[in-house]
Design a protein around this ligand. Structure first.
Ligand code: FAD
Ligand code: NAD
Length: 405
């Protein structure tokens, strides 16, 4: 009898969690499992701010997919997904196609520029290992060039970060630790460096605990960050950015580096495939399936799950993507075994920890506020836990963070 074929797209948090759970729960004769990913490695998206600032090598944030999959049960295909043909149960890849009986879309998110002029051309994003490497090397190039040029352009040493959400703040935490090192390495006067954070909302980390936000802002200001709150990036240009407060107040900030960390959307493959979505995110049913397509699950940053308590979508996080992976693996096993009743997804929010560099952080964990060294310790434990959940003790020992103090 032909075995049902499960195809999982994306080897990020959601995809790897699904596959590693499926390979544990299903026998070799029960299903064919195929995992498709652009690269032959997984990267820890939640560590990319470190690779971008240069406080962690890009190689530290990634590991081969082969480290965590059971090759007897899972076929790995390194390829890029171009489009899903839902009516034909097939996925078009750059170099072939993958037919499926069940599909799990876990392709992650993309940077959302909201159509702001010049951002795509002139700003850097923190999206994957390669954008992170490019950003880190661009900053180093600016420092090296400044030192060597005869007529010094001080704006080379200005770094603007657009968005004071968690990505922007975590990147600033790393950057402010890295800048003194860069100044030493490249013989640059520290006082010439400007780090500016531009946030459209009236506060940093909108919606987060105000006391912890005040702590984070004071830590970062002490390390030299200038915050421009209630100020939106309106345009990026080859020279820097144009920002605005309301309609009338417009200012140009000249900067050698502009980082856009002001939002994410779902993967564009979703819209290209004609699947109904809001900014590339599919409002999935309680079992995490696409309404009208009972054999397609969407998880992670490309999915949208409503928090019924406040009637707003849960923010896209690795935490939710991994929990969705567990539910999808259970539901797929049940479908393959023709068992009744699929599990509804219920998000178990364990909290949020936001790093402020290697040795400082803020967070709310199981409802309790934490800050400083204790929060930083917790952040590393959260990072290690994600490794453990996917790859067990072996992967945690290989890639984990154990420098606690
Ligand atoms: P991802 O983990 O991003 O994986 C998507 C995978 O799909 C990647 O391997 C990618 O290469 C692959 N892919 C993409 N397109 C294609 C294609 N066309 N073809 C083939 N393969 C493709 N969340 C937290 O919970 N806690 C944190 O501390 C935290 N910190 C963060 C820090 C930073 C700097 C950033 C940017 C995000 C952070 N997040 C955090 C959010 C979290 O990283 C994302 O929500 C999470 O990565 C989403 O998981 P995912 O499985 O949907 O996608
Ligand atoms: P975000 O959407 O959470 O924050 C973007 C910020 O940019 C917002 O504060 C917004 O007001 C601001 N903004 C939007 N347009 C702007 C403009 N034109 N000019 C200036 N500011 C503008 O995005 P993010 O920080 O990239 O986070 C993405 C997701 O990843 C979120 O769900 C977040 O919770 C998650 N994440 C979590 C952690 C963590 O748990 N430690 C770390 C990073 C990201």
């Amino acid at each position: 009898m032909r075995k049902p074929k499960i195809v999982v797209l994306g080897a990020g948090y959601g995809g790897l969690m699904t596959v590693t759970r499926l390979q544990k729960s299903l026998g070799v004769n029960e299903a064919d499992i195929v995992l498709v990913n652009k690269n032959d490695y997984h990267y820890e998206t939640t560590w990319l701010h470190e690779a971008s600032a240069g406080t962690l090598s890009p190689d530290r944030v990634r590991y081969p997919v082969s480290d965590v999959i059971d090759k007897n049960k899972v076929d790995f295909v390194q390829d890029s997904v171009v489009e899903i043909k839902t009516d034909e149960n097939t996925v078009i890849l750059e170099n072939g196609q993958a037919d499926y009986d069940y599909l799990v879309v876990a392709l992650g998110g993309e940077s959302e520029t909201f159509g702001i002029k010049g951002l795509k051309e002139h700003a850097f994003t923190i999206s994957n290992v390669n954008t992170s490497r490019q950003l880190r090397e661009h900053i180093e190039y600016q420092f090296a060039t400044y030192h060597n040029e005869e007529e010094k352009k001080d704006e080379r040493l200005t770094i603007v970060v657009g968005g004071a959400g968690f990505t922007g703040i975590e990147f600033l935490g790393e950057l402010t630790n890295r800048v003194p090192e860069l100044c030493k390495e490249f013989d640059v006067d520290y006082h010439k460096v400007r780090i500016i954070c531009v946030e459209a909302a009236p506060m940093v980390l909108p919606g987060f605990d105000p006391e912890l936000v005040t702590y984070a802002v004071s830590v970062l200001e002490k390390k030299g960050v200038e915050f421009k709150i209630g100020t939106a990036i309106k345009e990026a240009t080859p020279e820097g950015i144009i920002v605005g407060k309301g309609e009338d107040e417009v200012e140009e900030i000249k900067a050698g580096t502009v980082v856009w960390a002001a939002g994410v959307r779902g993967n564009s493959v979703i819209e290209k495939s004609g699947i109904e979505a809001m900014r590339g995110r599919v409002k999935v049913d309680p079992n995490l399936r696409v309404p009208g397509h009972e054999n397609i699950f969407v998880i992670g940053d490309s999915s949208l799950v409503i928090n019924e308590e406040i009637n707003r979508p849960y923010p896209p996080t690795a935490q939710i993507a991994m929990q969705q992976g567990v539910t999808v693996a259970k539901n797929l096993s049940a479908l393959i075994r023709h068992q009744e009743g699929l599990e509804s997804f219920v998000f178990d929010n364990k909290g949020t920890v936001c790093s402020l560099g290697e040795d400082d952080a803020i967070g709310v964990v199981f409802g309790k506020k934490v800050k400083g060294a204790k929060a930083s310790f917790m952040k590393k434990m959260v990072d290690n836990r994600a490794l453990f959940m996917v790859g067990g003790v072996g992967l945690t020992l290989k890639k984990g963070k154990f420098k606690f103090f």
